[in-house]
Design a protein around this ligand. Structure first.
Ligand SMILES: [Zn+2]
Length: 269
């Protein structure tokens, strides 16, 4: 599932292409991917200008000039493609937004969705999300305070969207590795020095992944080479049996917090 870096990367590419642009047409091939009857959805979206695009956690928000918001969550398997009819991937398109000759295709929206909401409704959906880890007002002190009120395992906390938003299964493994902490460590047993390492690991990990275009394997547009460059940078995730480049031990796969979790038993403590 795309996490904060993938969605931030999408957001940046979308701002370059469709901020200020008018949606000239809408096609809904899978009504379940939207939250209104297709005619109603199209009525409120067609001919609207996109005035702003934001990311919150793993969501993208497209602000329309009529005051509505399109709230996107790609969930498992969802992705987007930008291009003309000729460039279109040979895949089933669930929803399509047209911008004259270029189109934004939403693909693999099975669990994922594109919902038309009022600002109040969108705020309601997003109201329980934890802080944005890369926000300038998410300080080390905030993080230490939040940790002090949290129990359970480190892995569970990192992927808990109400605790801290945007981190999922992949980056939580990498963050634990960067911080040299075991994912099954009890939060209560993490000391301040380790918590500081963890805070730094969260920042560094997410920023580096954004700069490298995240891990999603599908290009966003023709000749896109930036998207997915981070895939080869994973140190532990999905590398069971590989050699840890820091200590030489073998990477282990274990089920933690109901997720397949990868870590190095040699240098994470
Ligand atoms: Zn190691």
């Amino acid at each position: 599932m795309p996490e904060l870096p993938e969605m931030e990367h999408y957001k940046n590419m979308l701002i370059d292409r469709i901020k200020g642009a008018v949606i000239t047409d809408v096609q809904i091939n899978r009504p379940k991917s939207v939250n209104k009857p297709p005619e109603e959805f199209i009525h409120y979206v067609k001919q609207q200008q996109i005035i702003r695009i934001d990311r919150r956690a793993k969501y993208l928000l497209f602000y329309l000039d009529n005051g509505f918001i399109l709230l996107l969550h790609l969930m498992l398997g969802g992705w987007m493609y930008w291009g003309t009819n000729d460039d279109k991937p040979k895949r089933t398109i669930q929803v399509q937004l047209n911008f004259r000759d270029n189109h934004l295709y939403f693909i693999g929206l099975r669990l994922g969705y594109l919902h038309l909401l009022t600002i109040e409704e969108a705020n309601q959906v997003l109201s329980n999300l934890g802080p944005e880890p890369l926000s300038f007002n998410f300080t080390l002190n905030d993080f230490l305070e939040a940790l002090a009120n949290k129990g359970g395992k480190l892995k569970s906390a990192l992927i808990d969207q109400n605790f801290i938003s945007g981190i999922g299964n992949r980056y939580s493994d990498e963050i634990c590795y960067q911080a040299k902490l075991l994912p099954m460590r009890s939060i209560k047993a993490i000391n301040n020095k380790e918590a500081e390492m963890l805070y730094k690991a969260i920042q560094t990990q997410l920023k580096t992944a954004i700069e490298s275009g995240g891990y999603l394997k599908h290009p966003f547009y023709k000749q896109d080479v930036a998207t997915g460059s981070y895939e080869k940078e994973f140190r532990v995730h999905d590398r069971e049996g590989a050699t840890c480049e820091r200590c030489g031990a073998k990477i282990v796969l274990e089920r933690i917090a109901s997720r397949n979790t990868f870590y190095c038993p040699g240098c994470q403590t």
